[in-house]
Structures are given as C-alpha cells and as structure tokens.
Design a protein around this ligand. Structure first.
Ligand code: PEP
Ligand code: MG
Length: 586
C-alpha cells in the first residue's frame, strides 16, 4: 500500500481500477492469473524476453552499420539488462508465486528498479533508469500485441492516472468510463480541475509522481475531499474508505434536500447562487438537481475545446437557445471566448514564452475578430428568447471594454438591417480578473452594466503564482490580504456606481470564504453546480450582521494563515453540526 498526498480539486471518493495513460498509451490490461496458469504465464514472459532480445540484436546490428559502434553500444545496455538472470528471476517469481500476469510482473519489477536507479547519487546510474523504462515498453508491447487498450476503447469504469491533462482532453473524457482522475501536475484552479468539478468526478492533482508510481490496473482510492490517493490499499483501508464513500454520498444527499430553499441570511439578505457551466447539457442539471438561480458563467470556449471544431454562428445560437430553455426565465451570463494560455486554440496556436501573459482571451478576439463577431451575433439573436447578459473576459484596460462595446453596437446595427430580433438593452459586463482592471475599477464600472470577479486569474496575476503549477500551489490562495483588498475595492466600486457585482472564480464556491464574501457585500456568486447546495446552506446559517463582522475582522489581518484559520473557525461556528464534510474546502 502506498499513500500519496496531492491537491483535492473535485470532491468524492473513488475506489476501483487505475488506468494509466502514458505518452505511448501502452497499458496493462490484466494483472492476475489463476494459479494453475502461472507456469504458462512465466513461459509467455520468457518467450517475449527472447523476442525482445532478438529484436534488440538486430537493431544493434543496423545501428552499428549506420551509426557506428559507440551508438550501438547504447542498445547493448538493454540487452545486458534483459540477460541478467536476477532480473528475469524477479519477474518470473512474481508470476509463479504471486500469480501476477506477465505484463504486470514486468511493469512492476522494472518500475521498481527504475525508481531506485533514478534516486541514485550517481549520474551514470540515474541515466540508466530511462533504459529500464524503454525496456519495459518493449516487453509490454511484445506481451500485449494488439491487446493494448487506449482511452477510446475502454470498456469499463476506471480512474485515469496521467502525468497531466489539458482542458480539452478533460472536456472530451467519457464520463461513463472515467470515474475519477489523478495527475502529477496541476493546481486547484487549473482549468482541468474546474472541469473535473463540472464532470462531477473525484480528482486529485499535483501528486508529482503518481504516473510513475503505478503500472495501471491496480486498485486505487482517490479521495477528492482530502487530496489523498492510496495505491494498492490493504483490506482495512479499503473497508474504511468504503464507509467514507457511503458517508460522503449521504452528506451530499442531505445538502441536496434543501437545494431549492433560497439563500437568504437569517436577517433577510438574499444572495443569488448561480452556476458556472462549460456545456449546455449542464444547465438542466444545475437547476433541477442543485437549485441554481441561473447561470452566472457560461465558459463558451468549451463549445470549441470539447470537439476541436470551431462552432458556427448557428452552433452558438443553438447552445444558448437550449440553455435558455432549461433556465425557464432565469438569467444566463454568456462569456465570449476565453481562448489562449492553457485553453489552447490549436487552429491558431502561437508559440509564446509566457502564454498566460500572452495572446489570450479578449486579446485573441481583438486580433482575430471574426470569431468574436460571429459569437456576439449568436448571443444577440438568442437574447430575443430569454434573459442573457454578455460578459467580456480578461479586460485589462478600458480600451478593451470600449472595443468590445463598440463592436457589439456594430453587430446590433447589422442585425437591425437584417430585421433580426434581439434585446437592445442587453447588459454588458466584464470579468475583473487582471489586477490592472481591479485597480482601475471605478473607471471601468462607469462604463459597464455588471462586474464579475474572476479570482482564479486575479490570484494568479496578483500573487505571481501560476494557477496550474503544483510546485507553487501552496502559494495560490484567496486568503492573501492583497486579494481581499482587491475584492473589496471591486465590491465597493460596484456599490458606488450601482453596478451589480458577482464573483465567478473558484473562491466563491470554497465554503470558508462564503461568510466573508457575503459580509463584504456580494449578493451574487456563481459556482460549480455541485457546490451550490453547500454555499446556500452556509448563507442561510448566519446573519448578514455576523458576516459583516467577520469581514471587518479579516480586513484587519495581515497573514494568510491567520486569515484562513480564522475563516475556518468561523465556518465551523456557523454551520450546524453534521452539515459539513470538508468537500472541496480550503
Ligand atoms: C477566473 O479567472 O476566475 C474565471 C472564472 O475564469 P477562468 O477560470 O475560466 O479563467
Ligand atoms: Mg479567468
């Protein structure tokens, strides 16, 4: 049994099979054989080893004639390793005594050796570990033949283990097969993590080494509440987690029971708790299963990232129409494409040293306005059918807002000529997620109809901490006084200019911050659908007066740990016993 600690990014507990997705997508389909087949299985390994040795010999001959003896000698390292009787014995022992499949025995043994070698002080030995991995791949290919499985052909539910996943890969995951995931890389607000929450599968990221710690096929526990991953759990641990899994399901059910009660503090202040969605299919679920008051953020770029095909105007229109239908009169905030950085636009990708500081979001729209114009046309047309607000992402200066507004006006003009109906009063808002926008918020607020605080980017840009980098994930926190000061500035500016302010960054769905945000004056938050019932419960559990006091105290604090501890204690005090579990919590 091995226990790994990472960053919990999507709540829930998964217990089942691990599926390792590697670069070359070689995997181990079966790991145990019946005892009476163990001898035959060992012979299968010996035969595969013989094949690989022959292959290596012939490769060595070709390499020697084409590239000379020195380079050919590199391949002899693998030959020597595979001829080593002690290594072969370790593998066959696993098959004969532990009844492991040949593939599993090869993978486990060679991974263990590679791990020891890569930890060596000697550079020479360290470098040899890649020969071991290479040898493992050759043997597995030989053993697996055509049986190797890839993601597309998976037939059963598994947890995906992979070094890193991109947002578009995550968006394309088949929810019926992939029930959880664990990655080496990533942070709590990376888009991959946000998608895991949208897909409602337990996920832990930032585990650093998990993709090399497993071979695939073993039993894995992924505890998305605590950020713990357990490989090859023993029976006691398995039993404990099965119990926890049931308790968590009960906890979720208990929250959902009150999902339709309004989020009103005990002294009567109402907070609108909306849903963040990436796909139109999520809207109905958010309303009926989680009690959303509307959609506060539709990350429309996923219409493209999921399929890899740029949506037409009609595709956009249909997606918005479908969403409005499900919303039944509730508001729909549509954000225009926020491509770039980690949400790579393969059609136009440019090579950048700092993609998060590069051609991203509204900057892409301004550089290549065709897609922006097409999308705005669709949004305006859909606005004739329901309550839509249009949100511009990543505004960093007033010129970008003015460009957005004037382009929207131009498109309205075109639609008038075409006699198309649209909401002429459509509200236009901006994401406040770049420090320059927060610092210039009073000027921006004067020219906006609403503001939406995007803390995921606001934190990364203010604190200089990459939101998806596991090595600095401990520094990524909404509890930094600089972030709280900016949030307060934005909320205060909204109040001054009577412009509604919402928050759609992940901070809004993190339970410990809910009392503070309400206390600072926020009346609208937009969170992952699954978190809505818990956020509403927290709002209902205290008074606005109490929340204001909490905010007042926090704004006088200077240290992250002091703030986070205080907020955690306050949450414990306001929530009734038994109504919290720690899911997705800071
Ligand atoms: C944010 O930055 O907080 C936000 C909501 O936008 P995204 O996570 O899509 O970048
Ligand atoms: Mg953002």
């Amino acid at each position: 049994m091995e226990i790994l600690k990472g960053i919990p990014v999507s709540p829930g507990v998964y217990i089942g099979e691990a599926f390792l997705l590697e670069g070359e997508e070689v995997r181990i389909p079966k790991r145990m054989v019946p005892p009476d087949r163990a001898e035959a299985e060992a012979a299968r390994f010996e035969a595969a080893a013989g094949q690989v040795l022959a292959e290596l010999d012939s490769l060595r001959g070709v390499t020697e004639s084409q590239l000379g003896p020195n380079l050919a000698a590199i391949l002899s390292v693998q030959t020597q390793l595979l001829r080593d009787p002690s290594l072969r014995e370790r593998i066959t022992n696993r098959v004969i005594k532990q009844h492991h499949s040949a593939e599993y025995a090869v993978a486990r043994t060679l991974r263990e050796v590679a791990k020891v070698m890569s930890a060596s002080q000697s550079q020479l030995i360290k470098e040899r570990s890649s020969d071991i991995i290479d040898l493992e791949k050759r043997l597995l290919k030989e053993l697996l033949g055509e049986e190797g499985e890839d993601l597309e052909h998976l037939q059963r539910p598994v947890a995906l283990v992979v070094h890193d996943l991109g947002p578009s890969q995550t968006a394309a995951l088949d929810r019926n097969k992939i029930k959880a995931f664990a990655t080496d890389a990533g942070g709590r607000t990376s888009h991959t993590s946000i998608l895991a929450r949208a897909l409602q599968i337990p996920a832990v990221v930032g585990l650093e080494t998990i993709s090399t710690d497993i071979t695939g096929g073993e039993t894995i526990i992924i505890d998305g509440n605590r950020g713990i991953v357990i490989l090859r759990p023993d029976d006691r641990t398995l039993a404990r987690y099965k119990k926890l899994q049931v308790e968590f399901q009960e906890f979720e059910k208990s929250l959902i029971k009150d999902k339709d009660l309004p989020a009103v503090t005990q002294d009567g202040r109402e907070v609108r708790v909306m849903a963040n969605v990436e796909f139109p299919e999520e809207v109905l679920d958010a309303i009926t299963n989680y009690g959303a008051a509307g959609v506060g953020l539709f990350r429309t770029e996923f219409l493209y990232l999921k399929s890899g095909v740029m949506p037409t105007e009609q595709d956009h229109f249909e997606a918005y129409k479908q969403s409005l239908l499900h919303l039944g009169g509730r508001p729909l905030v549509i954000r225009t494409f926020d491509l770039g950085a980690d949400k790579i636009d393969p059609a136009y990708s440019v090579s950048e040293h700092n993609p998060f500081l590069g051609l991203r979001s509204i900057r892409v729209s301004m550089k290549r306005p065709e897609n922006f114009r097409l999308q705005v046309r669709a949004i305006l047309r859909a606005s004739a059918q329901g309550k839509i607000r249009l949100l511009l992402p990543m505004i960093s200066c007033i010129e970008e807002l003015r460009w957005g507004r004037s382009t929207i006006e131009e498109i309205k003009g075109e639609l008038r000529v075409r006699n198309e109906r649209f909401d002429d009063e459509i509200e236009i808002g901006i994401m406040v997620e770049v420090p320059s926008a927060a610092l210039q918020i009073r000027a921006l607020a004067r020219e906006c109809d609403f503001l939406s605080i995007g803390t995921n980017d606001l934190i990364q840009y203010t604190l200089a901490v990459d939101r998806g980098n596991e090595h600095v994930a401990h520094l990524f926190t909404p509890a930094h006084p600089a972030i709280l000061t900016l949030v307060k500035m934005i909320v205060d500016a909204g109040r001054e200019f009577e412009v509604p302010v919402a928050m759609c960054g992940e901070m809004a769905g993190d339970p410990i911050y809910v009392p503070l945000l309400v206390g600072l004056g926020l009346t609208e938050v937009s969170v992952t659908p699954k978190l809505i019932p818990e956020v509403k419960t927290i709002v209902r559990s205290g008074t606005y007066e109490r929340f204001k006091e909490i905010a007042g105290k926090v704004m006088g604090m200077d240290e992250v740990a002091e703030i986070a501890d205080f907020l955690r204690d306050e949450l414990d005090a306001v929530l009734p016993p038994g109504s919290k579990f720690g899911a997705g919590r800071s």
